[in-house]
Unconditional design. Structure first.
Length: 120
């Protein structure tokens, strides 16, 4: 019997350290997980009344060590009572309505942060 390895990590998606190594394909899939406290999630649960901070990265890092700083930023923002969505630019472009406005057409985010990949 062949051992089962880690699933492949896609270049694009929505990342959260509590879901690793799962990377979500779009905002619907991510919010389904983020609002569901029964999905092996620890820590912050999505609060629709709280501000949401969007972090946009070029791609999802493949090695967890490179996510250390991003994980700390996500956890810090959540510790202040805010929601976080860490996504790649490609997902933002394909899921633009979610990232730009809510159901009433109001701007969804208070701020966006852009993450640059580390230089090796």
């Amino acid at each position: 019997m062949t051992p089962v390895g880690e699933p492949p990590i896609p270049d694009d998606g929505i990342y959260h350290p509590d879901a690793w190594p799962v990377v979500f394909e779009d905002s619907t899939e991510y919010l389904d997980w983020y609002t569901n406290s029964n999905w092996m999630k620890i820590g912050h649960i999505y609060d629709p009344d709280a501000p949401t901070i969007g972090i946009i990265a070029y791609e999802i890092q493949k090695e967890p060590i490179f996510l250390t700083t991003d994980d700390a930023i996500i956890r810090y923002i959540e510790s202040k009572g805010c929601n976080v969505i860490y996504s790649t630019n490609m997902v933002c472009m394909e899921d633009v309505d979610y990232f730009v406005k809510d159901d009433e057409g109001t701007r969804r985010y208070n701020t966006h942060l852009t993450v640059f990949p580390p230089v090796h």
